[in-house]
Ligand binder design. Structure first.
Ligand code: FAD
Length: 319
């Protein structure tokens, strides 16, 4: 395939794909109908964690590759990426799906002594993971891409084949937009609502997948999440749900109750049983969408996989 590539979508999937391609001497144009901050990627928490990777055998490489990219990019403080402790708590009587441990980079994950866990937790693990402050990283990455010669165009793409006729390769990174663009009924929205309180929460990221509760300390806010609402396609928050989030989080960290509430948002995770990462047969179109609740965690790994698909004529099997 030639070197002229159109990446459709300017979320984390599109931007990371553009980054990997431009670094490999491709001439990249990003076409999107919306850009940061008006996209799902801005609504992510967004810490690196192998959540929703399940048993997709390709996932282990993707999460490891992304981790390495975030590590390299974090060298520039302006990127908004930091490495931060995460504590995953498991309550008494809960059988935890511990497959995520196998995805953690070597020697970064250890068990937390029970006396150091918040009240009510029977087991816990800690690790250091990348925290990507979306409000900083997405504009930063756009600037980096612009400096490298990537062109940004605003347009609503309704037909991938038409775009494909003007480029050597088209990479479809449209997230939830792919359900319409590709008529993909297996892709659906999973709404996540979060509450924002004033910054300054001193602890690490805290995660309890079962309640589900996560607390993420960013520079501009402490995120208190979250909900996981399958097939809910509206990006709105509900006051009662936000109140419940605060109650759940305050049960773990009572000091959160004293914090000033400064905002909230809802985002729609583009969920698919398996990420669609494949090249269409006899075509110059590559798909990279359906990352669910793990778009940041998978991002640069999937982008590298796109590079391989462009560079090799055979299509990778898509489970
Ligand atoms: C509350 C919440 C918390 C989350 N926390 C985490 C986390 O901690 N860690 C993590 O890894 N992930 C997390 N996620 C998941 C993550 O946000 C998503 O997986 C990720 O943002 C998906 O990125 P994307 O680039 O594929 O899609 P999007 O960000 O939705 O971007 C899609 C792009 O395609 C464009 N587009 C769509 N259709 C068209 C079209 N027809 N023509 C032109 N352009 C089009 C859009 O305008 C946009 O630019 C979270 C999500 C939510 C909602």
């Amino acid at each position: 395939m030639g070197k002229k590539v159109a990446v459709i979508g300017a979320g984390i999937s599109g931007l990371s794909t553009a980054y990997v391609l431009v670094n490999n001497d491709f001439e990249v144009t990003i076409i999107a109908k919306a850009f940061s901050p008006n996209i799902t990627s801005n609504k992510a928490a967004a810490f690196w964690f192998p959540y929703h990777v399940r048993s997709d055998a390709r996932g282990i490489n993707w999460v490891e590759t992304s981790y390495q990219y975030f590590k390299d990019l974090s060298a520039d403080e302006a990127s908004g990426i930091s490495f931060i402790k995460i504590v995953k708590g498991i309550k008494e009587g809960i059988i935890d799906d511990d497959r995520w441990i196998a995805f953690m980079p070597e020697n970064t994950c250890k068990e937390v002594p029970i006396e150091q866990l918040p009240k009510g937790y029977a087991q816990g693990f800690e690790a250091k993971v990348p925290l990507v402050e979306t409000q900083l990283f997405l504009p930063y990455l756009q600037q980096v891409l612009t400096a490298k010669g990537v062109v940004f165009k605003e347009a609503n793409v309704t037909n991938l084949q038409i775009v494909a006729s003007s480029y050597d390769t088209v990479v479809n990174c449209t997230g939830l937009g792919a359900s319409q663009l590709c008529n993909d009924a297996s892709l659906f929205a999973v709404r996540g609502q979060v509450l924002l309180v004033e910054p300054g929460f001193p602890n690490a990221i805290f995660l309890d997948n079962h309640t589900p509760t996560y607390i993420v300390p960013r520079q501009d806010a402490t995120i208190i999440g979250g909900t996981y609402e399958e097939h809910v396609n509206v990006e709105t928050t509900e006051p009662e749900t936000l109140q419940q989030l605060l109650v759940k989080a305050s049960n773990v960290f009572p000091e959160l109750q004293e914090k000033r509430i400064i905002g909230n948002w809802a985002g729609l995770r583009p969920f698919r049983e398996a990420v669609r990462l494949e090249k269409e047969v006899n075509s110059n179109i590559i798909h990279n969408y359906g990352h669910g609740g793990s778009g940041f965690t998978l991002s640069f790994g999937c982008a590298e996989a796109v590079l391989q698909l462009i560079s090799t004529p055979n299509t990778a099997p898509n489970p």
